[in-house]
Design a protein around this ligand. Structure first.
Ligand code: NAP
Length: 249
């Protein structure tokens, strides 16, 4: 039985689901968290199990503190303490100019992308860090190129939420280095997932593709491969890094 236990938040679809499928091939035992998409979550879990992995599904809204607590309690009970985390769940809210976004939408994005990510990271540290009796391990936060591009006219609040993820990554890496926990982030650019349609911009990738030096959007698998590398011992001297996966954009 593998001693590496990985939690991926927001893993029913998109980048999280691709991460689960690849992690299954690399021998992790996996906790797959999602919020609502039961069918997609079951399909992702089935693909990972077909690759030989032990997978548990935990439906939990990680923007809610009590749900984060329940998520970790369930994972503790079913797989034992996690050793690795991909802090991935995130939303943009509907695209608009900054002044037009409804305060409730803004709060919904920050509750998940910032507070949720912080609470998930906090619970993970209490399982992974040697200071809490853990074995050490690695965390990968899913940020965005938006943190540095700012997303003007689309979702400045989302960009700001990902700026918080970059700061979390730098601070936690420095705090936890002596406790055998490496903390890194990936900053995807324009990636083919349903997130663009959900923000009300189904043509976003096509419209912005000409601004990408490599000439095309990326895929979830291309992001997942970098995430798996950062989790692995192949990245044993990498911590506090924010890795652009953006085709040069
Ligand atoms: P996606 O296809 O929309 O998938 C989002 C995932 O997050 C789904 O599995 C969804 O679960 C889950 N989720 C949403 N709200 C949740 C909540 N409250 N609690 C738990 N899970 C929740 O998005 P994606 O493109 O893969 O994005 C994944 C991450 O990459 C996000 O942090 C996003 O900001 C970041 N990112 C994406 C891009 C891009 O171009 N795609 C670029 C930069 C950064 P359900 O389906 O069950 O609701």
């Amino acid at each position: 039985m593998s001693d590496r236990v990985l939690l991926v938040t927001g893993a029913s679809r998109g980048i999280g689901a691709a991460t689960v499928r690849l992690a299954a091939q690399e021998g992790y035992r996996i906790a797959l968290n999602y919020a609502s998409a039961d069918t997609e979550a079951e399909e992702t879990a089935a693909a990972a199990r077909a690759a030989g992995a032990e997978v548990v599904l935990v439906k939990a809204d990680v923007s809610r503190p009590e749900e984060v607590e329940r998520l970790f309690a369930e994972v503790d009970g079913r797989l034992g303490r996690i050793t690795h985390l991909v802090n991935n769940a995130g939303i943009t809210g509907p695209a608009s100019r900054f002044a037009e976004i409804a305060p409730a939408e803004l709060a919904r994005v920050l509750d998940l992308n910032v507070t949720g990510a912080l609470l998930v990271a906090q619970a993970a540290v209490k399982r992974i860090s040697t200071a809490y009796g853990g074995p050490g391990g690695a965390i990968v936060n899913v940020s965005s190129m938006a943190a540095r591009l700012g997303s003007p006219g689309e979702y400045v609040w989302y960009a700001a939420s990902k700026g918080a993820i970059d700061s979390l990554t730098i601070g936690l890496a420095r705090e936890l280095g002596p406790e055998w926990v490496r903390v890194n982030a990936v900053a995807p650019g324009l990636i083919e997932t349903g997130i663009h349609e959900r923000s009300g911009q189904p043509d976003r990738l096509q419209r912005l593709a000409p601004t990408i030096p490599l000439g095309r959007p990326g895929t979830s698998d291309e992001v997942a491969r970098s995430i798996l590398w950062l989790l692995s011992d192949a990245a044993s001297y990498v911590t506090g890094a924010v890795l652009n996966i953006s085709g040069g954009r």
